[in-house]
Write a protein that binds this ligand. Structure first.
Ligand SMILES: *Cc1c(COP(=O)(O)O)cnc(C)c1O
Length: 378
């Protein structure tokens, strides 16, 4: 099989799994217990917190572990909106966010908040001027994703961060597709809150973190015990947290080499598909894009048909995102980029990763070209 759906999830690295196992088998103590046996669990969490902080240039005290990217997004948005209710009720986000952000924003609208969903251009890019113009005296939060999970466009986060800071408004970014793939520095980006998820960078599923800048007002989402310095209750997922720490450290160390290797495969795949097939659209920004995500529109063939046929050929890709798989609705991201429903329904995403090799790309191009040619004749 050829797995090209690394934006949906990745395989856990063996080095990561190896570090996790002792926390199932030997050091299973509850980090909140006071006897000596539990010190290993506590120390492991501390170490993972340091590693996570270092990877995004934050302080360990600013890292809060969660159950993943969705929880981090929900927490950032609902937690600040509730904490700042006295200051205003307006939130600015975009029309191309992951549903963890969009549906949290919809929920807040039902609770009486006002939300502005900014448009994007045909490349899926936000214009920082639109952010500036959307700010009112009631604006309490701006949330713009670092890189889009469907088309791979990297947003102008630094510019938006500066605007947010100049106006004294909290700025959250969903960096789930960026962390471990492109340099992520919370100071440079001027963010107050940043979401990440371990299973998008070769760590385990069900663990992530929210970076919360020192001094940021935020309410907990999960109430209970005093874990995560009273901000996120629940016995910690110690093996998961350990895995996340190891995975983020490895990703940060290897980021430059992997960026080159993966973006080279990406460019090869794009160039060869475009040169062998007529009527192909490359979705997403031509330059400001992630090294691993390729989204293309294949005029005349539906994504469902493509996916099914690629599946039979042992090639795993995705139409839009994994989270919208199974739904017949066209991608909200492609629609926001101005595509028609028909165009949006003929798009598929290839997302590459560290386990892909260039000979797989050759094979995919060959099979894909054959398949599309055959399907277009029908
Ligand atoms: C995968 C993803 C999420 C959700 O993360 P989970 O850990 O799967 O909950 C959120 N935002 C983006 C951009 C993603 O790609």
């Amino acid at each position: 099989m050829i797995y090209l759906d690394n934006a949906a999830t990745t395989k856990v690295r063996p080095e990561v799994l190896k570090e996790m196992l002792p926390y199932y088998e030997e050091y299973y103590g509850n980090p909140s217990s006071i006897y000596y046996f539990s010190a290993s669990s506590r120390d492991a969490i501390d170490k993972a917190r340091q590693r996570t902080a270092r990877a995004i240039k934050a302080r360990p005290s600013e890292i809060f572990f969660t159950s993943g990217g969705s929880e981090a997004d929900n927490w950032a948005i609902k937690g600040t909106a509730l904490a700042l209710r006295e200051n205003g009720n307006h939130i600015i986000t975009t029309s191309i966010e992951h549903h963890a952000v969009l549906n949290a924003a919809h929920f807040l609208e039902e609770m009486g908040y006002r939300v502005t969903y900014l448009p994007v251009d045909k490349y899926g890019m936000i214009n920082p001027d639109d952010v500036k113009n959307a700010i009112t005296k009631d604006t309490i939060l701006i949330s713009v994703m670092y890189a889009n999970n469907e088309v791979g466009t990297i947003e102008p986060i630094k510019e938006i961060g500066r605007i947010a800071r100049e106006n004294g408004i909290y700025f959250h970014t969903d960096a789930v597709q960026a962390v471990g793939h492109i340099p992520t520095d919370v100071e440079e980006l001027m963010v107050d809150l940043l979401s990440m998820s371990a299973h998008k960078f070769y760590g385990p599923k069900g663990v992530g973190a929210l970076y919360i800048r020192e001094g940021t007002k935020i309410f907990p989402l999960i109430h209970g015990g005093s874990q995560e310095r009273n901000r996120r209750a629940g016995t910690e997922n110690v093996p998961g947290i350990v895995g996340m720490g190891k995975a983020i450290e490895l990703a940060a160390e290897e980021i430059e080499g992997e960026y080159k290797r993966v973006s080279n495969m990406r460019d090869t795949l794009i160039d060869r598909i475009i040169s062998s097939l007529p009527d192909i659209r490359l979705n997403g920004h031509p330059e400001s894009r992630l090294p691993n995500i390729i989204n293309i529109g294949v005029n005349g063939v539906s994504s469902d048909t493509l996916l099914l046929n690629l599946d039979m050929a042992g090639i795993y890709v995705s139409g839009g995102s994994a989270c919208t798989a199974g739904s017949l609705d066209p991608s909200h991201v492609l629609l926001a980029m101005g595509q028609t429903k028909e165009e949006a329904k003929t798009s598929i995403r290839f997302s590459l990763g560290r386990y892909n090799r260039i000979d797989e790309i050759d094979e995919v191009v060959e099979k894909f070209t054959e398949l599309v040619t055959r399907l277009r004749k029908n």
